[in-house]
Design a protein around this ligand. Structure first.
Ligand code: SF4
Length: 274
């Protein structure tokens, strides 16, 4: 059996087996079996004396790094912005700031996958009249845009602008503006081409991690494509989840393009940014 990834845990209560360590103003959650105070202290002293690694525009892309994972979710808190808030901590960050308050969450594979169940819970919690809004932090929200845009779009759909949304980020405002200008140019170039799925027939098979069957079919429709129930010569893409059976074999025999769920999501993230 492969060794379990120590950064990968299941369920929101991910800190229950970690110990809290405060060092030079940093708060970290570490595995007690692996914690070596002296070595960590030396490393931390070095880390405190260098600058964050801010990127050039478009140097870091969410589709290259994000694993769509969540480090933590904390409903009904008072510390991440104004009023009573729900806070979603996404996993993964490249800034590596001196004094980072959450080193473990710099790992893109840390935590647990963002699921429909979690999203429904966040929406339910935000529905409480005393909750002012959602805070996105991490990790780096702008390197996890698939997760963040998905929950933001749902909040706007369910609550309009009655709930506010905050984000804590390592990007400066100027850097975000430059990313945005780049994306606008990309939009001008790609609007005419539509997206890669427009007009295609797409079939999903197997157990998907992020979608029920109805949800994936809705997503396919949103992309201007047609969801299919069986694989035929007219099928353009097969999205394959776990335990895919005869549809996968048939798609392989017909030479149809097969996408894992991650590959499909990366292509959709590209489309949603356009
Ligand atoms: S941006 Fe935030 S999560 Fe990322 S390294 Fe800096 S303090 Fe840590």
């Amino acid at each position: 059996m492969p060794e379990k990834d120590k950064n990968t845990q299941e369920g929101p209560d991910i800190r229950s087996n970690l110990i809290k360590v405060n060092m030079g103003g940093d708060t970290m959650f570490v595995d007690p079996d692996q914690y070596k105070p002296q070595l960590d202290h030396q490393r931390e002293l070095k880390r405190m004396h260098r600058k964050p690694k801010n990127p050039k525009p478009q140097e870091w892309k969410t589709e290259d790094y994000s694993k769509h994972k969540i480090a933590d979710y904390k409903p009904f808190n008072f510390v991440d912005g104004e009023g009573v808030r729900c806070s979603l901590y996404v996993s993964g960050c490249l800034f590596d700031c001196p004094g980072c308050y959450n080193l473990a969450a710099q790992n893109f594979n840390y935590g647990f996958p963002y699921t429909q169940e979690l999203e429904d819970r966040i929406i339910k919690d935000l529905g409480q009249p005393y909750v002012q809004g959602l805070t996105l932090l991490g990790g780096e929200p702008f390197l996890n845009t698939w997760v963040c845009l998905r929950i933001i779009n749902r909040i706007r759909k369910e609550f309009g602008h009655s709930k506010d949304i905050w984000s804590w980020s390592g990007y400066t405002w100027d850097e975000l503006q430059k990313e945005f200008v780049f994306e606008e140019r990309k939009e001008e170039n790609t609007m005419m081409k539509e997206n890669v799925f427009t007009g295609c027939t797409i079939v999903a098979t197997g157990k998907l991690q992020h979608f029920t069957r109805d949800e994936i079919n809705m997503k396919i429709l949103e992309l201007g494509a047609k969801p299919g129930s069986s694989v035929t010569k007219k099928t353009n893409y097969l999205i394959c989840g776990e335990k895919a059976g005869s549809k996968l074999a048939k798609a392989q025999a017909l030479g149809i393009q097969i996408l894992s769920e991650e590959e499909f999501l990366n292509m959709v993230v590209g489309y949603e940014w356009l």
